[in-house]
Design a protein around this ligand. Structure first.
Ligand SMILES: Cc1cc2nc3c(=O)[nH]c(=O)nc-3n(C[C@H](O)[C@H](O)[C@H](O)COP(=O)(O)OP(=O)(O)OC[C@H]3O[C@@H](n4cnc5c(N)ncnc54)[C@H](O)[C@@H]3O)c2cc1C
Length: 288
């Protein structure tokens, strides 16, 4: 049944500080950014939180800044902002690709990177790239700020390390991947406007002779109950040449860590098989 909007209230703090003070003093409030998750839930009668605090207009959360070593993206940055950023395109192309896959253009104009992360769907598009790039999150509350590796943020299905009263402030990426080969692919029902059945984002650094893998990082969506880094497959590939034996070992390792689910979008069997195929496709690109 649809919700009655009269049952809901929305406040719009004028600054980040005011937002944090309100979240600290009144735990009933839930932040709403672009609203592309929350408004769907509200519309469908599935939004138990009745008190919403808008952070959508807070310029303090919508920015992209760079230093020689890092790029920091405010949580309120939209997917359109990401698609238009020259520095993200040059240094973090996997993230631009993920942004371009996220829903429709209208969705990308409103939906934020922070909302995608905190919503914590195992099928979301940006997490595999953020895991591959070793993102660090900055979380803020009225009590101060703390940082956390993104790899430690997801604690279980839709459970995160975000504490009551905290907001995701920003996402920081190290600018160290210019020599890495990159690969990403999302498999869904259609090419556009589809949530992934399975997705992979991967980076590899080859040694000077381009024969063996010096470093490798693989992020996946819909492979487990949270977005996940495929550490067993990475271990099977590290310091290895790209041979049929290595590829077989990496596929087998990936299947040991895959715990996909059956749901309306796909089956666990399909997801695991296609994840291994995507990994193999990536590894073939490294042998050229
Ligand atoms: C038609 C449609 C298609 C879609 N397609 C895709 C797709 O292809 N791929 C995909 O990944 N997603 C897709 N989505 C989901 C959605 O658009 C994204 O997850 C988007 O990034 C959510 O961001 P938002 O700002 O709108 O989040 P909101 O709806 O505002 O919030 C989502 C959650 O995050 C919390 N939150 C938001 N910002 C913060 C913050 N800074 N700090 C703390 N908590 C915060 C909110 O409290 C809420 O729990 C789709 C949605 C729709 C409606």
């Amino acid at each position: 049944m649809r919700s009655n909007v009269a049952d809901y209230s929305l406040i719009q703090p004028t600054s980040l500080q005011e937002a944090l003070q309100t979240l600290a003093s009144d735990p009933r409030y839930t932040p709403i950014a672009g609203g592309t998750e929350l408004m769907v839930a509200l519309s469908a009668g599935r939004l138990p939180q009745k008190h919403l605090l808008s952070i959508n207009h807070l310029y303090e959360l919508r920015f992209i800044t760079a230093t020689p070593n890092t790029v920091t993206i405010g949580s309120g940055t939209t997917f359109t902002d990401i698609r238009r950023s020259a520095i993200i395109a040059s240094d973090f192309p996997l993230l631009v690709q993920a942004a371009s896959w996220t829903g429709s253009i209208a969705n990308q104009n409103r939906g934020t990177l922070g909302g995608n992360i905190v919503n914590a769907s195992p099928a979301a598009d940006s997490p595999p790239a953020l895991l591959a790039y070793d993102a660090t999150l900055t979380l803020i509350s009225a009590a101060g700020a703390r940082t956390l590796p993104y790899a430690d943020f997801h604690l279980g299905y839709k459970r995160t390390a975000l504490r009551p009263g905290e907001l995701l402030h920003s996402i920081t990426l190290p600018r160290i991947y210019s020599a890495y080969r990159s690969y990403t692919r999302k498999v869904g029902t259609r090419n556009a406007q589809a949530i992934s059945k399975i997705a992979l984002a991967a980076l590899a650094l080859m040694d000077d002779t381009a024969k063996t893998i010096k470093d490798i990082r693989i992020g996946a969506a819909s492979l487990r109950e949270t977005p996940t880094r495929c550490t067993a497959a990475e271990r099977a590939l590290l310091k290895q040449p790209i041979t049929p034996q290595t590829i077989a070992a990496a596929r087998a390792a990936l299947l040991t860590e895959a715990r996909p689910i059956d749901d309306i979008r796909s089956t666990a069997k399909y997801r695991a098989a296609v994840a291994a195929n995507l990994l193999e496709e990536f590894l073939h690109t490294l042998s050229f």
